[in-house]
Write a protein that binds this ligand. Structure first.
Ligand code: PEP
Length: 262
C-alpha cells in the first residue's frame, strides 16, 4: 500500500496535510532564511496563493565555505514564528546527527539534503524520531542507493519518509543539475513512499522552474518544493533559482489546472 505521510498544519481544514494522497501539496518559501522581514513577506505571499508548507534553510550546506551558511537556531526561531503567524507547517534541513533534537523542536518536516543522502549516522538519527523526513536524492545516486538510504530511516522505526527528486549530476552545464522527471513515475513503481519534486534545485534556473513544476505534476509528483524570494537578485543564496512572488502567483493557477487535468 502507498504510504501517506501526515503533517500537522493549522492552516488547512482538519489541521493535517497529507503527502502521498490525491492532492498535490505546495511547499514554498525562501531557499535560506535571511531576515525576519524576508521570511514573513515570503510566507504571507505563498500562503495567500495556497502553499501549506513553508520551506526555509537555517543550516545551509554551502559548496563554498565562504558562502552564506544560514542563521542557525536563530533561523529556526524565525520559521517557528512564521508558523505561529500563518499556520503553515515548516520544512527545514538538518545536517548533523547532533542537531536533530534541536531542529525537531522547531520543524514539522526534517529535510536531509542531497549531500547527506548517504550520511548514515544522520539517517539513523532522523530514523529514531517520528518526524516526517524529506530525503533528497543524492546528486550522483542510483535509485537503489536512494531507496536503501530511505531504508536506514525506516529501519529505525520512522515510517514517515518522503523521497524528493532534486536533479542529478550530468555533463550538461546549461542547468545546475539535470532534473530527472522519470524518477517520479519510477519511484511510484519501485516504492510505496511518497515522491516530491524540487524544480528549483533541480534546474538552478528561475526561468524553467514553472515548466518543470507542471511537468512534475503531470508525472505524478505528490508535492512541489519551490524556492521563492521577494527579491531574488539580492538573495544571499541561490537567487538564480528562486522565483519571484509574482512568478509564484502566476504559477499557482497553472498548477491547479494541470493537477485537475490528470
Ligand atoms: C535546499 O533545498 O535548500 C537544498 C540545499 O537542497 P539540495 O540538498 O537538494 O541541494
Amino acid at each position: 500500500e502507498d504510504t501517506v505521510v501526515e503533517v500537522p498544519a493549522a492552516c488547512v481544514a482538519g489541521g493535517v496535510v497529507r503527502i502521498g494522497g490525491p492532492e498535490v501539496v505546495m511547499m514554498a518559501g525562501p531557499c535560506t532564511v535571511e531576515t525576519e522581514q524576508q521570511l514573513m513577506t515570503t510566507a504571507a505571499a505563498v500562503r495567500k496563493e495556497g502553499a501549506v508548507i513553508l520551506r526555509g534553510g537555517a543550516f545551509k550546506p554551502s559548496t563554498s565555505p565562504y558562502g552564506f551558511r544560514g542563521l542557525g537556531e536563530e533561523g529556526l526561531k524565525l520559521l517557528a514564528k512564521a508558523r505561529d503567524e500563518f499556520g503553515m507547517a515548516i520544512i527545514t534541513e538538518v545536517m548533523t546527527p547532533t542537531d536533530v533534537a534541536m531542529v525537531c523542536e522547531y520543524a514539522d518536516i526534517l529535510q536531509v539534503g542531497t549531500r547527506n543522502m548517504q550520511n548514515y549516522m544522520l539517517l539513523d538519527e532522523v530514523g529514531r524520531t517520528r518526524k516526517p523526513v524529506v530525503l533528497k536524492r543524492g546528486m550522483s545516486s542510483t535509485f537503489e542507493e536512494w531507496l536503501l538510504a530511505a531504508e536506514y530511516i525506516l529501519s529505525q522505526g520512522n515510517r514517515n519518509v518522503i523521497l524528493c527528486e532534486r536533479g542529478i549530476r550530468t555533463f550538461e552545464k546549461t542547468t545546475r543539475n539535470t532534473m530527472d522527471i522519470s524518477a517520479i513515475p519510477l519511484i511510484k513503481r519501485l516504492s510505496h513512499l511518497p515522491i516530491i519534486s524540487d524544480p528549483s534545485q533541480g534546474t538552478g534556473r528561475r526561468d524553467i522552474v514553472g515548466p518543470m513544476s507542471l511537468a512534475s505534476i503531470a508525472a505524478g509528483t505528490d508535492a512541489l518544493l519551490i524556492e521563492v524570494h521577494p527579491n531574488p537578485d539580492e538573495a544571499l543564496k541561490d537567487g538564480a533559482q528562486s522565483i519571484t512572488i509574482d512568478q509564484f502567483r502566476q504559477l499557482m493557477p497553472q498548477v491547479h489546472a494541470v493537477a485537475s487535468a490528470i
